[in-house]
Ligand binder design. Structure first.
Ligand SMILES: [Mg+2]
Length: 266
């Protein structure tokens, strides 16, 4: 029997679903916009993510950083992107400008030329709400993690180290994980194989029979393929495309213990 003693998970879409927190942030900002200018909340909540995305993609230097670290416009609204690499400094310097122009554009799409202090308060409302409360575990993740808790569990995640680590703890995953590696802190993102080396180095035990589990073919499964490590792809319905050789597929985290047991019997 080939027992996997180390399971390395992706975070977003694999172990957690943070969309309710992000939505709550947009809805709180929309509520404030309604109280301040009488804007219809549903309209503001609908246009704000689009305005944020458009503002994010405006500078041409940001595309390579977004790809390298796996960043997103909504993280730009609320996170600080800590890490050792100086290539992220232009992004950190730009964040206040980005947030101001994203929220200003959201108001403009609702026909309002918002005052500067209102824009600042809208930004604070989004961030404060998004960072508040628990983060929901992905479907089936709680039971799967309980069943797999006798192994070394770790997370490799693309995204800002501050936001990703906060989500790990607010989802109640902190105590279970022997290591959490976020791309901005690591200085590179999935599928760069150096991330696996960093993760394994920070684990306590030497023996390693590693399995990688994630919902992204491009990031998680590619990382596994590049490292020659077995993988399980949590393939939700919005993922099309063929399955690479040697990769097992499940529909949700609930199916992981059984899928791992099947791989171990092969
Ligand atoms: Mg993911």
């Amino acid at each position: 029997m080939n027992r996997f003693d180390t399971l390395i998970f992706d975070l977003d879409g694999t172990l957690i679903d943070e969309l309710p927190n992000v939505d709550a942030g947009y809805r709180a900002a929309a509520h404030y916009a309604h109280e301040t200018y009488g804007i219809v909340e549903e309209l503001f909540a609908a246009v704000a993510p689009l305005a944020a995305r458009d503002a994010w993609w405006e500078p041409d230097w940001l595309g390579p950083l977004t790809d390298r670290y796996g960043l997103s416009a909504w993280d730009g609204l609320s996170e600080q992107f800590p890490g050792p690499r100086s290539d992220l400094q232009p992004l950190r310097d730009w964040l206040p400008t980005y947030r101001h122009s994203a929220w200003r554009a959201a108001y403009a799409r609702c026909g309002v030329a918002a005052d500067s202090h209102v824009i600042d308060e809208t930004a604070r409302t989004f961030t404060g709400t998004r960072h508040r409360g628990r983060v929901r575990l992905a479907q089936g993740a709680a039971g799967a993690l309980e069943a797999l808790a006798d192994r070394d569990l770790a997370i490799i995640t693309n995204g800002p180290a501050d936001g990703q680590e906060s989500k790990v703890y607010r989802a109640g995953l902190g105590r279970m994980m022997k290591a959490v590696i976020a791309s901005t802190a690591a200085g590179t993102g999935k599928p760069d194989r150096r991330l696996l080396g960093q993760c394994l180095q920070s684990l306590p035990h030497r023996r390693r029979n590693v399995l990688i589990i994630g919902d992204s073919l491009e990031h998680d499964i590619q990382l596994a393929l590049q490292c020659g490590i077995p993988a399980i792809w949590i393939r939700t319905s919005d993922h099309a495309g063929s399955v690479p050789d040697g990769v097992a597929v499940v529909a949700s985290a609930a199916a992981l213990p059984a899928a791992i047991a099947r791989l171990e019997e092969q």
